[in-house]
Design a protein around this ligand. Sequence first.
Ligand SMILES: [Zn+2]
Length: 208
Amino acid sequence: MKLLLPLGLFVFLAACGRSGVNNIPEYNNAAGTAGLVQLCGNPNLLGRKIGNVDGQGACGIRNAVSVEFVSGVRLSQPARLNCRTANTLADWVEDDAQAAVRKLRSRITEMTVLASYACRSRNSQRGARLSEHALGNAIDIGAFTLGNGEVLSVENNWGNGRKGGVMERLHKSACGPFGTVLGPLSDRFHYNHFHLDTASYRSGSYCR
Ligand SMILES: [Zn+2]
């Protein structure tokens, strides 16, 4: 690993010099961005374009993107989303989520993604309605890693102390930008993540 690291860095720097990514200021210092492109016309979204995803039945995404960086925040695994949801995620991270963690005197640098596109029913329960995940409208986030090394985990920190307060603020800040926000208080399926989706309801956002 020690031998590979400098070589990897060299390859990254070499590749970076030729790519357009280098022209986006936020990503100049972000490792692992080589080969990634701006998505959905949004300079805060970096990843790969996928095109249409055709799933079984009603499942699928038109003009899907695979997002790897959101407003400079690395996703632990690429998230397959539609552009509306990817843009909402970028705006939320930039405007609301970073503000929610400000109290900890650091910034979010990585988000642990537990799920994005998946052709399945709600909570994978038989007979339940189609999940927003099946349409590219949803992302599940299990943890937020800060630049100072602190980790805010839904499973470990929700409801407890200083980090718990910040997690509540994060949850609340997503309500509005996203049409549905579910956390540990919603049901037993969400004990370890925030479910964020862009489905819209006439009654406004549903957040629990
Ligand atoms: Zn979900």
